[in-house]
Design a protein. Sequence first.
Length: 141
Amino acid sequence: MTNEAKPSHRRRSPLADSFHLFAHKTSTAVGSPVAAVLAMTSIVIWAATGPLFGFSDTWQLVINTSTTIVTFLMVFLIQNTQNRDAQVVQLKLDELIRAIKEARNSLIDLEEMSEEELRALEAEFRKLGMEKPEAPAPGQS
């Protein structure tokens, strides 16, 4: 048996795969400096056209509606990407915990613990962090 991950033979939803790909590419694009410059440029152009349109309600409505729509859609795209990234990190950490002999396997399912249990564990680790580290055994670095 190898340590390499085996691809899943479970059929994945084409819609879910397509949405993930779209969400990932979009969140990468809108997180770029180019996207920030485009957003700022749009606002400057909108502000500069204010006198042309007499700072009318319609002129204001354009920016309000545009930003509301973009924000609403981006929430779903970014949340999808963050959820997947968090899941991947969690799985990698679980694998590291599982693979290290001295690690406590009970830490694998921390996300299932209650807030009270998490606070107790955090206090335990804080206490361990304050303790003086043990000197390595002879012959160990």
